[in-house]
Write a protein of this length. Sequence first.
Lengths: 295, 295
Amino acid sequence: MIVGIETGGTKVVCAAARADAPDVPVLTGRFPTTTADETIGRIHDFIAEAGAEDAVEAIGLASFGPVDADPASARYGWITTTPKPGWADVDLLGRVVPRGTPSAFVSDVLGAAVGELRYGAGRGTSSLAYATIGTGVGVGIVVDGRPIGGDGWPEVGHLLVRRHPDDDYAGNCPFHGDCLEGLTAGPAVLGRWGADASSFPESERAGRIAVLASYIAQMAYSVILTTGSEKVVLGGGVMLSPGLLEATRAALPAIARGYGPKALSVSDPSEVLVAPGVPDSPGVIGALALAADLL
Amino acid sequence: MIVGIETGGTKVVCAAARADAPDVPVLTGRFPTTTADETIGRIHDFIAEAGAEDAVEAIGLASFGPVDADPASARYGWITTTPKPGWADVDLLGRVVPRGTPSAFVSDVLGAAVGELRYGAGRGTSSLAYATIGTGVGVGIVVDGRPIGGDGWPEVGHLLVRRHPDDDYAGNCPFHGDCLEGLTAGPAVLGRWGADASSFPESERAGRIAVLASYIAQMAYSVILTTGSEKVVLGGGVMLSPGLLEATRAALPAIARGYGPKALSVSDPSEVLVAPGVPDSPGVIGALALAADLL
């Protein structure tokens, strides 16, 4: 048996599967993220349940962050500087994984990138990015089959983007003001327009969606130019807004102008900017896949 | 004996070394890049000379591009869409390397990144970027010890940057106008100010240097956020302008604002943004290192 765990900022998803079928959980659990002690206790309960008949041979853990995912670091497996009360400087991997059990640790979005590449919208690619535009903006990146990430990076949510001419919102990132996250994450959308992106009034929808799309397309452009992603999977609550995925696709060629790697030189990027393909939690499926890789 | 070759847009540098000391060439050659046939002929002559006593056991090739550096591609080792007359769609690796000799192929800047990481300003790091701001802008990136790159990427020279308020130059990139390369490469500097960056009049130097620095610092910020580079080595003719490296260092903290991985959260980035440390041609030293890795 293998176990995958995705510790999100608001909820935890756990799943157990056979090592030869990481994408087919045989047991799942889901509970809110509360205090570190309580949450880790419930994860222990899940691991015990998963291993009741067949021993748990490996665990993959994909966590909200910022995390230290550099195996060479003394704080590998820690949640580091999160503002979430009680969760900063927590040795999550060390406290979750029983001594002696092989384990893998990545950020939540990197777990989702692995899940999408192996079992979702990125099947057949070897380089892929998974971006979530939700409460915050996070991006996980796989390059040539290898998940990349270390101590506090990637942090693509804080890229600087060029302002859309119709957008005069100052941005709400406490560090950068109008970086990508400060302009497109859920709280920024609500702060700017007083409504979440899914409930914009019909008459104002297209113009607002175009603003968000221009920023998200710039992120995709930068990530593809830098890391060669063949596809960028766009997830998260904001991306559920009607028309946003389509508008982001429409914005990309106007930015790339036919230049660069194949993913940027196509005239129709509908195969490049895609919705998630793993139905529920790509992060936990990715965590299971990383656990299976250890065996 | 191993051979490293850097085919630049204007000149070719060749070097031969013992496999156990790739950074100490025992034979070097240097000639202009002319036609593909003539240039490849002179490379063959160098390889023959290098192997006159001890056989050439491996060859590393770092080339101007765009190149296809994806080993899984049918055109691996090719120069692809270059505007340089006679050099588009040339199977450079196939024509340079004798059949049966192990070989490695990367872009010129990726070769330089490897050279700097192993033997130059990046010693001790495992993730590093090398950027050249010269006739064009190119960036090579090593992540966790692995050079990354494929068919037409990375292409970080074409990142979109935010305009400096004192800069109204339209930019000269034929694709993007005012992307990084269109604003900071040598031809853009000359087009905007009528002088190269090393010869700005004293009275106007600081203001002009600050404009260039703001763009180059944005590139470093994006690359570090995305790929976790511990250092960004800044080379190329434009970077030789007095004060530009220092001004770029000064610009970085104002962009990063203390957020992100260690390389961005330091208050003094003089250890992060650095000049090249390989005295002459980091690209050819990197090519030698990659050749040595094959044995």
